[in-house]
Design a protein around this ligand. Structure first.
Ligand code: ADP
Ligand code: MG
Length: 265
């Protein structure tokens, strides 16, 4: 299948550290693709470069066949790639509805003149954004907090608000940086269910995660990074069976992992 996102030979160094070292991969439309790896393996740097938050040293990025290499974050977002951050970035003092309205405003085609003059175009954009916000707030299960200040929510709920905000402009792909890091284990299932439901409705996700179980449950395809390089890729089952992955990721040999599992059982 023609990839929705294609990354070719991506490189990024920081003062001699090869944070991302010749990484290539593709995300097919309609998939949930996982990008995993130990801490410091280059996951965040890779998506920062892809989404235009960092300038890569080399490599090319294509979104639905169109090159987006080197474009600034807002241009990449306009082209249809939205991302969330490892640490939640939402407006704590604003309601959920207003958080989503702001997310939409950055992308609607009504300019400040339309807003000032309350043109038909402006009113249409506002009405469409309100309807979309209502739909997304319901989808993430937060309807009863729609008017509440986002600051009162739990960390997991805030992550869902950030996800809903990313979906406001109807992107073609959403890149999530550690969507369940810091989330209460009992709430991780909620995030998983929401992502599954969105994916069933046609959304494509690239998920960066440290939590292997979460990725295994959710992803159709998994890419493993280690020390900036792509170590392996395949289905979750293939990744699990790959001794190199176990070694790099868990820092233990496969035999030790088996023994550990038996011990835990
Ligand atoms: N702004 C930065 N300046 C210097 N080194 C960085 C910076 N960001 C990341 N690194 C280094 O690049 C490597 C990859 O980091 P990162 O992409 O954050 O990994 P991950 O998200 O997989 O934990 C690490 O060695 C990290 O210390
Ligand atoms: Mg990271």
């Amino acid at each position: 299948m023609k990839p929705l996102l294609e990354v070719r030979g991506l490189r990024k160094s920081y003062a001699g550290v090869h944070a991302v070292d010749d990484v290539s991969f593709a995300v097919v439309p309609g998939s949930i693709t996982g990008l995993i790896g130990p801490n410091g393996s280059g996951k965040s740097t890779a998506i920062d470069c892809i989404a235009g938050f960092q300038k890569s040293d080399a490599g090319r990025v294509f979104l639905d066949g169109a090159e987006i290499t080197g474009r600034a974050a807002h241009e990449v977002a306009r082209a249809g790639l939205m991302r969330t951050f490892q640490t939640v970035r939402i407006y704590e003092r604003l309601s959920l509805r207003d958080n989503l309205a702001i997310a939409a405003q950055q992308f609607d085609d009504a300019g400040w003149r339309d807003e000032l003059l309350r043109t038909a175009r402006y009113r249409r954009a506002v009405a469409a954004a309100e309807a979309r916000a209502r739909e997304l707030i319901e989808l993430v299960g937060l309807t009863r907090y729609a008017e509440a200040e986002a600051g009162i929510l739990s960390y997991g709920q805030k992550k869902l608000v950030a996800l809903a905000a990313a979906l406001m402009p109807r992107p073609r792909i959403v890149v999530l940086d550690e969507p369940v890091a810091g989330v209460n284990p009992t709430r991780i299932r909620d995030v998983e269910a929401v992502l599954r439901q969105l994916n069933a409705a046609g959304e494509t996700f690239l998920i960066v995660e440290h939590n292997v179980e979460f990725i295994t449950n959710l992803c159709h395809h998994v890419i493993v990074l280690d020390q900036g390089r792509k170590l392996a890729e395949g289905t979750a089952a293939e990744i699990h069976a790959d001794p190199r992955v176990l070694e790099a990721y868990l820092g233990i040999a496969p035999e030790a992992d088996d023994a550990q599992r038996r011990g835990a059982a």
